[in-house]
Write a protein that binds this ligand. Structure first.
Ligand code: CP
Ligand code: NVA
Length: 313
């Protein structure tokens, strides 16, 4: 087996690459950076540092938040797509990782197979950040946890309902339940459940059913995601049929706690996984959630690139 890292770099491939203590500190730092936004006292700790961003899938929030975040920290970000790089012409991932990591200070990757990301990290001398794979989307969870904390205080001990596809967002919520110590009730249609190994590994904090109403009963936070993720466009029609009873509408939201929040990583499909009334309604915090990608990732970049202790891990 290859070592997970070519050097001593600290990667962020899943949420569980952070300890619970580190995750809490990162959320707190994100809140501080958010307060300092636009202030002359905002720190510029990443001067002369460059982040390479490889996107093999589309993105609005991830691309903009990383690029703006690097600029606000005094650094620079570089957008790379397979279409215009040798990655798209079959240059081996280990070679690309070795070359890029000799020129830049960190690499963010959005790709399909999680294995691709792991292979890249195994050959990178600089931190590699998961900007979404088919299996996990950990940066989104940092933003979601920050958003909950801002609106309702600590999430530990709270009850969260994830309704919909057992996909990368569901998997990331499962890891978050363990890391941030909350109870996760997942409801998926039959045949669209999350990974069984991950369910076993997170069983202390996660329960799975095929019943949205049971999952949302007493919930403090309701979360959903698209029914067909990037790469599953051809299954969209079939999935719409399987998921029809998994829409978070006002009637379902009413079965949660009266002050429950609604989150969605976006982009959303009104009338599919969520009704317009809910996503545009008073319990939805999706715009804060989207903005918080910026603040949470700035804290992450600072942590991975600057923390003296992390490079000896
Ligand atoms: N939520 C999220 O990752 O959005 P993008 O696909 O626009 O980056
Ligand atoms: N599950 C979705 C998340 C998009 C941010 C996808 O992978 O397309």
């Amino acid at each position: 087996m290859e070592p997970l890292s070519a050097g001593t770099a600290r990667h962020f491939l899943t949420l569980l690459d952070l300890s619970a203590q580190e995750a809490q500190a990162l959320i707190q730092r994100a809140q501080e950076l958010k307060r300092l936004q636009g202030d002359p006292a905002h720190p510029l700790p990443l001067q002369q540092r460059t982040l390479a961003m490889i996107f093999e899938k589309s993105s609005t929030r991830t691309r903009v938040s990383f690029e703006v975040g690097m600029a606000q920290l005094g650094g620079h970000a570089l957008f790379l797509s397979p279409r215009d790089t040798q990655l798209g012409r079959g240059e081996p991932i280990p070679d690309s990782a070795r070359v890029l990591s000799r020129m830049v200070d960190a690499i963010m990757i959005r790709t399909f197979a999680h294995d691709t990301l792991e292979t890249f990290a195994a050959h990178s001398q600089v931190p590699v950040i998961n900007g979404l794979t088919d299996r996990f989307h950990p940066c989104q969870l940092l933003a979601d946890m920050l958003t909950y904390q801002e609106h309702r205080g600590p999430i530990n001990g709270r009850r969260v309902a994830y309704i919909g596809d057992g996909n990368n967002m569901c998997h990331s919520y499962m890891n978050a339940a363990k890391l941030f110590d909350f109870e996760l009730h997942i409801a998926c249609p039959v045949g669209f459940e999350p990974d069984e190994d991950l369910l076993r590994a997170t069983a202390s904090h996660c329960q799975l059913s095929n019943d949205p109403a049971a999952a949302v009963a007493g919930a403090d936070l309701l979360v959903t995601d698209v029914w067909a993720s990037m790469g599953q466009e051809e299954q969209a029609r079939e999935r719409r049929q399987a998921f029809t009873t998994f829409c978070i509408d006002q009637a379902l939201l009413a079965q949660a706690k009266p002050d429950a929040l609604f989150m969605h990583c976006l982009p959303a499909h009104r009338g599919e996984e969520v009704s317009a009334e809910v996503i545009d309604g008073p319990q939805s915090v999706v715009w804060d959630e989207a903005e918080n990608r910026l603040h949470a990732q700035k804290a992450l970049l600072e942590f991975l690139l600057l923390e003296p202790s992390v490079n000896t891990a």
